[in-house]
Design a binder for this molecule. Structure first.
Ligand code: AMP
Length: 503
């Protein structure tokens, strides 16, 4: 690892690096901890050459702040950077960075972004950060630069500057690293006594308390802020400086959380100022669509997911994928034990596509099987395989995992009753056997089949309905709170609009 203290030497080294090499940059003020370490590790993983800077930037400290006593531990920091695989460590002096002169040019971020959160209490702080970071970007010329979400206002402001000034660097924001107690790591934690450290966990705990309330449906920032304020009332050691809920990008105060929000806090623990934050994201709904075969579930689900930008959770494709795997391994469809073992180890993935005809790419154990699972042989075997307990258990669990993020349209027989009993919207899509038979007739004729008998098709559909609704495993049943839509006289657009009207 090269250690450089002069700008001229940094420039010489930078000039040696070809434009083909990806350069990652992590600016820090030193006293490195696991939070910094996570940024550096990510930079090392994602780039060919990593530059870390250590510079306690006087421009971002006010007169009454802790510039002089800010922790400095250069030897330890150098050792850590070396160990993590940093290529160049830049440790300039204040003279070198020209932060002593009163006459230096300053980068001024938008006032609206500096007049909230920490900016309100740390006058000049963000212009100091913006100026030094811009200067570093000009010297280091990184492809990617890494910042901690711990300083969420800093990240938002730097992203804005990079965008506004057309800088050729991509900003990566990295997760907050915390102690087991929940306390966010910070170089300033070194100032805390043991007792203070214990009490300081209230920042995170109170944020989590408000988040819990948010997840239960409280989306009024005033009420969430109230929850946190009450935790700090009359606290013997902690003094709340601010708790605000703002848009994570523009940092403007929110009156209602409709999409995502940054909930940020600052408090004094004794004499030490600490900050923390959480992102609140409104979970997109799960739409569960059940109904008998031939009611138009898959066409409607596919189009609906496409219109809403949701994932189409093609549960049928998952069962087909397992069936393909069983056949590929030449396992008999009645060999429960062998199937259970195979399924237990299987990795099934549905990856969304923008193509409406192939809305998801299907992978089994990293092999793409989107087409292979649609062969007649798979179609013949799929119902036998999907009746196996181990197969159902594995796939229901997987489907539920996809549901954690929300924003999915899932379609099947038991989605609203069994897979997602708490889905925000449950639809039971149905049509009379006659209407379904007529649709089937048209489909088959389009596929070139002739000599079709409508009466026979109606009888087939009635028999299938009977089997589906009386089967032992996952019978077709309307969930109690599902909205029933009879599609006999509706176009697909009308069905979709009806579903959307319930959202
Ligand atoms: P600092 O040395 O405090 O200027 O921090 C340097 C970088 O490390 C900044 O981008 C910080 O946001 C980031 N950082 C500091 N603490 C943490 C933490 N606990 N988790 C993740 N990143 C952090």
């Amino acid at each position: 690892m090269l250690i450089v203290t002069k700008i001229v030497n940094l420039e010489t080294e930078r000039a040696k690096i070809s434009s083909q090499i990806k350069v990652g940059f992590v600016p820090t003020m030193g006293a490195l901890h696991l939070g910094h370490e996570s940024l550096i590790k990510q930079a090392v993983t994602e780039n060919d050459y990593v530059i870390v800077s250590i510079f306690v930037n006087p421009l971002q400290f006010a007169m009454d702040e802790d510039l002089d006593k800010y922790p400095r531990q250069l030897d330890k920091d150098k050792e850590l950077c070396e160990k993590l695989g940093v290529n160049l460590l830049f440790i300039p002096s204040e003279i070198e960075m020209n932060t002593i002169s009163q006459e230096t040019t300053l980068i001024i971020p938008p006032v609206s972004m500096m007049s909230v959160l920490c900016g309100k209490y740390r006058k000049g702080h963000f212009q100091g950060v913006a100026t030094i970071v811009t200067k570093f970007f000009n010297l280091v010329k990184p492809n990617m630069a890494y910042f901690g979400q711990k300083d969420a206002q800093q990240v938002a402001i730097i992203k804005k500057i990079v965008n506004d000034l057309n800088m050729a660097v991509k900003i990566k924001s990295c997760d907050i690293i915390r102690e087991e107690s929940g306390l966010a790591l910070s170089s300033r934690n070194q100032y805390l006594t043991l007792e203070e450290k214990q009490e300081a966990t209230l920042l995170f705990k109170s944020l989590m308390l408000a988040k819990k309330s948010f997840l239960k449906g409280q989306n009024n920032p005033k009420n969430l802020i109230g929850i946190i304020e009450s935790q700090f009332k009359n606290h013997p050691i902690l003094t709340l400086q601010y708790i605000e809920i703002v848009d994570p990008e523009t940092l403007q105060t929110l009156t209602k959380i409709t999409n995502s929000a940054l909930m940020a806090i600052a408090a004094y623990c004794g004499n030490t100022r600490l900050i923390d934050n959480l992102i609140l994201t409104v979970k997109k709904p799960i739409i569960a669509i059940d109904g008998p075969a031939g009611a138009g579930k898959s066409t409607v689900s596919r189009h609906l997911a496409h219109e809403l930008g949701f994932l189409y959770l093609d549960t049928g494709a998952m069962y087909r994928a397992i069936t393909w795997l069983v056949m590929e391994n030449q396992i008999n469809s009645t060999d429960d034990k062998a199937i259970a073992k195979l399924v237990g180890l299987a990795k099934i993935e549905l990856l969304p596509n923008s193509d409406l005809k192939i809305p998801v790419t299907v992978k089994v154990n990293d092999i793409e099987v989107t087409k292979a699972i649609r062969t007649p042989a798979v179609t013949t075997n799929v119902s036998k395989i999907s009746a196996q307990k181990a197969v159902r258990e594995k796939l229901v669990k997987l489907q539920q995992e996809y549901g954690i993020q929300g924003g999915i349209v899932a379609e099947g027989r038991d989605i609203g009753t069994n897979v997602f009993p708490h889905a925000q919207l449950k639809i039971f899509l149905t049509a009379s056997p006659e209407a379904r038979a007529k649709r089937r007739l048209i489909d088959l004729e389009n596929q070139g089949e002739s000599n079709l008998n409508l009466k026979q098709l109606i009888a087939d559909i009635q028999e299938r309905d009977y089997i589906d609704s009386t089967r032992e495993i996952a019978p077709l049943k309307k969930a109690d709170n599902a909205v029933e839509i009879l599609t006999d006289n509706l176009t697909m657009e009308e069905v979709i609009n009806k579903i959307k009207s319930y959202l």
